[in-house]
Design a protein around this ligand. Structure first.
Ligand SMILES: *Cc1c(COP(=O)(O)O)cnc(C)c1O
Length: 365
């Protein structure tokens, strides 16, 4: 009998979310971002549900090979471009489009021998200060690329640092638009937050949007908005069961460090889920959990293989009761991953990506 912990991927929710994002940015094409193994969901597990996208974007060359191996003949974009010259051979062979963010990548392209010229996305650093050419260097890079026989078409891209927050994107949009005004080529600017919040503006929408986290059923601007507001559905459920029940008396404590003390008689359930499964150890007493679909709270510290929950709101629960750590319970009740992440001082992205290897994963349906 395996441990009862399980992750379930919901293809219908992936389809729904993709459709929802399309509505937010009508007439833009959509890169489904599947980096980090599709945000921990598994590229092979999400592929079918996301094949309605116009392309797949990622950054690992092996992941690009996996998408081609699934039979995808459409566009694939390497968001960080190539890491060393031999990678360009794989791009030629598999027809991968790639970002160009630095002069070294242009040098490599200039020395690359290829029958088929490449489609590249020239990246501007419009303020994020991670990858890309600063606006004052962007046109020189464009001109260099444009002169290369190895390059077939140049698209223009940038990435926002604050699409989800109060600073916003206006300063970056301005830098991008002013610098690229008379340059030809398709544009790509928006991640999930920009696609949902700002894509009414055609300059922000561009030709290609690049949603990731919203596809995976998380609100990119939580807690300002939740998935209900954006009409998104959870695509990953982490579930387990109660494997022991303890009856506490006032003064009794729970778990390592005795961080929780009962101030009244309290029934707790011990759940087969710990930080070695990817559940964040930073979540402490009060983090929401569903037991039999009923909302309750974590108590005490999360240990490697177990955590404890308050059974007070679910008197019928006991040994073997179903527990939802995030996602959707059997009765349809949703516990957004955003709430759990916030309780642990992190983001849904990290929780999805950190789902541990030892957790079995099934695809619903
Ligand atoms: C990861 C990534 C995205 C997707 O971001 P989300 O916030 O998950 O929507 C878009 N563009 C680039 C360049 C990225 O690296």
């Amino acid at each position: 009998m395996p441990r009862p912990i399980l992750a379930t991927i919901h293809p219908e929710a992936l389809r729904h979310n993709l459709g929802r994002i399309r509505t937010a940015a009508p007439d833009a094409r959509v890169w489904a971002i599947v980096k980090a193994n599709a945000y921990g969901h598994g590229i092979e597990r999400v592929f079918d549900a996301l094949r309605g996208a116009d392309g797949f974007a990622l950054l690992d060359l092996q992941e690009a090979e996996r998408v081609r191996a699934l039979g995808w003949r459409g566009p694939i974009l390497l968001l960080e471009g190539v890491f060393e010259p031999p990678d360009l051979e794989l791009c030629s062979r598999l027809g991968l489009w790639h970002a160009v963010h630095c002069n070294e990548q242009i040098d490599w392209l200039a020395a690359h021998k290829t029958q088929v010229p490449h489609r590249v996305f020239l990246k501007m650093n419009s303020g994020m200060n991670r990858l890309g050419f600063a606006p004052e260097r962007f046109r020189t890079a464009w001109t260099r690329l444009d002169a290369l026989p190895q390059v077939e078409e140049i698209s223009l891209m940038t990435h926002f640092s604050d699409a989800d927050g109060p600073r916003g994107i206006a300063h970056q949009v301005r830098a991008f638009v002013e610098t690229t005004r008379d340059l030809p080529g398709e544009r790509s600017l928006s991640n999930s937050a920009a696609s949902l919040r700002h894509a009414a503006d055609p300059q922000v929408r561009g030709d290609w949007i690049r949603p990731g986290i919203a596809v995976y059923g998380s609100a990119p601007d939580f807690p300002e908005h939740d998935i209900g507001h954006w009409d998104l559905q959870p695509t990953m459920t982490l579930s387990s069961r109660v494997l022991a029940v303890q009856q506490l008396q006032p003064g009794d404590t729970v778990g390592y460090g005795s961080s929780f003390t009962a101030d009244a008689p309290l029934r707790i359930g011990v759940v087969a889920c710990g930080y070695a499964d990817g559940y964040p150890r930073h979540c402490t007493t009060g983090t929401p959990v569903l037991v039999e679909g009923v909302r309750t709270r974590l108590v005490g510290r999360v240990s490697m293989d177990m955590l404890a929950v308050d059974l007070t709101p679910v008197p019928q629960a006991g040994f073997g009761s179903a527990v939802t750590l995030w996602g959707r319970a059997a009765d349809g009740t949703v516990l957004p991953i955003d709430e759990v992440a916030a309780a642990g001082g992190t983001l849904s992205y990290e929780l999805m990506c950190a789902l541990a290897q030892r957790v079995p994963v099934v695809v619903e349906g």
